[in-house]
Design a protein around this ligand. Structure first.
Ligand SMILES: Nc1ncnc2c1ncn2[C@@H]1O[C@H](COP(=O)(O)OP(=O)(O)O)[C@@H](O)[C@H]1O
Ligand SMILES: [Mg+2]
Length: 442
């Protein structure tokens, strides 16, 4: 039976009990799961919370998910049919919040997908480590949307792609890209970083590598060129956790030939979709792909954001431009790319302060500036920036904490040493460990 037929037979105001009885089984079947793979009222491990359904394919007769509940793969948050789940509605927002809370709960570490539905609307979210982002918009539920969702789930991309971006220079984009990659490699993650700032080439130079002529440029403009051919490994033997061994991550150096032409000319050769297209074969090879971007809103940055799942935005508390630019990225640039993508991504991760020491009075001054930025966005664009500046802020707890990566001379020193500070220095390592745990690692 098609989902459409199931929906046609459901009362318009079907309660959760009716949906559990008549809807859930064909819904999961359409996504490729049989009844023994669907665990209702799954305990998430956070207090006594239960999520409506957890599912996972059974690997053999002894491994029946409904019996073991081990290693859930997907969670479902089910609402009754007349709950309004249209994107942006208050019920939608509270349901999404609940789904995110469950996805991050202790028993759900292995979960890679989350779905919310009320048998009218449906939306799929991807979870990668700690990061949760939309994989589809909130769609009308029908056979086409089910097919789309099944396709996304069956082709789970291994990599989380992160664009490190702020339209302001000198805020630590390149430094963050390199040291985050180095830290994730210590956690045995397979990481690729891409220097997509051909003007500055700072990433390539700081890694002690050569820029490539006709590298990314050729891949962007010619059908038969492979990005894989441009990858250089960065390898170093270091002592970590009482063990000395090789750690590595991969680098695609900057391409100087991208410099020879203006944006207008390049736009005739490729559009902002093209970079994502050439990256696609690498999504299955890496756990993380980090893209270092230029400090402007032109072809390369747009292409990088179009290719990304999430955008990490370094700022400085004492640089108003970097804070204002971050707001512009979040409320204008990212939505512009989301429109092109049509799947609700990329999304912004909350901003962080990079590489400045901060006194209490400076903190208050920054809070004042941010308050103005937030108020203005709310008034003029009806855009709520609070979660992007103050992720821990709630009405009950007015927590204005912003993650801060401290200023530390040995971090900038790596540019001369050509070795990421994280590999050389314990303190630098602990700073980036905090950053990785704050944003990425569960
Ligand atoms: N946490 C930090 N502590 C000290 N210096 C830093 C830190 N982060 C970045 N820097 C330094 O700040 C300068 C600008 O950083 P960079 O990563 O090149 O910024 P961007 O790529 O945004 O232009 C560099 O000299 C870098 O070494
Ligand atoms: Mg840079």
């Amino acid at each position: 039976m098609s989902i459409q037929q199931v929906l046609d037979n459901l009362p318009k105001d079907a309660s959760s009990a009716i949906l559990n009885k008549l809807f859930i089984s064909p819904f999961f079947q359409a996504l490729g799961f049989v009844d023994l793979e669907c665990y209702p009222e799954y305990p998430t491990g956070e207090r006594s919370n239960k999520t409506d359904y957890a599912v996972r394919k059974n690997s053999n007769e002894n491994d029946i998910f409904i019996k073991t509940g081990n290693n859930p793969f997907l969670l479902l948050e089910l609402k009754k049919r007349d709950d309004n789940l249209e994107e942006g509605s208050s019920q939608y927002l509270s349901t999404k919040k609940q789904l995110i809370r469950d996805l991050l709960a202790p028993n759900c570490k292995t979960v890679e997908w989350g779905i919310l539905t009320n048998a009218n609307h449906v939306q799929l979210f991807r979870k990668h480590g700690k990061v949760i982002f939309p994989a589809t918009k909130c769609l009308e539920l029908n056979d086409d949307s089910i097919e789309l969702i099944r396709n996304r789930i069956d082709n789970t991309s291994r990599a989380l792609t992160v664009a490190i971006y702020n339209n302001k220079g000198g805020v630590g984009k390149t430094t963050t890209t390199i040291n985050l990659a180095a830290y994730l490699s210590l956690m045995d993650k397979n990481v690729l970083i891409i220097d997509f700032d051909p003007n500055q080439q700072d990433l390539t130079t700081s890694m002690g590598m050569q820029t490539i002529d006709q590298g990314i440029y050729n891949c962007l403009t010619k059908k038969d060129r492979d990005l894989i051919a441009l990858i250089s490994p960065f390898k170093l033997k270091i002592k970590f956790k009482n063990e000395t061994r090789d750690f590595r991550f991969d680098v695609i150096p900057a391409d100087t030939s991208l410099l020879n032409h203006g944006d207008d000319y390049l736009r005739q050769l490729f559009n902002i979709y093209r970079f994502r297209e050439i990256l696609e074969p690498l999504y299955s090879e890496y756990d993380y792909i980090l893209i270092d971007t230029p400090p402007n809103w032109r072809l390369f940055s747009r292409s990088a954001l179009y290719a990304a799942d999430v955008v990490l935005i370094p700022t400085k508390h004492n640089n108003l431009f970097s804070l204002e630019n971050a707001a512009t990225v979040i409320k204008t640039f990212i939505p512009e790319i989301q429109k092109e993508r049509g799947d609700g991504s990329p999304i912004a991760l909350p901003i962080f302060y990079n590489g400045e020491s901060i006194t209490d009075s400076q903190k208050r001054a920054a809070q004042e500036a941010i308050k103005e930025i937030i108020d203005k966005a709310k008034k003029e664009e009806r855009f709520n920036l609070v979660p992007y500046f103050y992720p821990q802020y709630t009405k009950a707890k007015k927590n204005l904490n912003i993650f801060t990566l401290p200023s530390y001379a040995n971090i900038s020193g790596f540019q001369f040493a050509k070795i990421p500070a994280v590999y050389k220095d314990k303190k630098a390592r602990s700073y980036y460990s905090d950053l990785a745990k704050e944003y990425f690692l569960q």
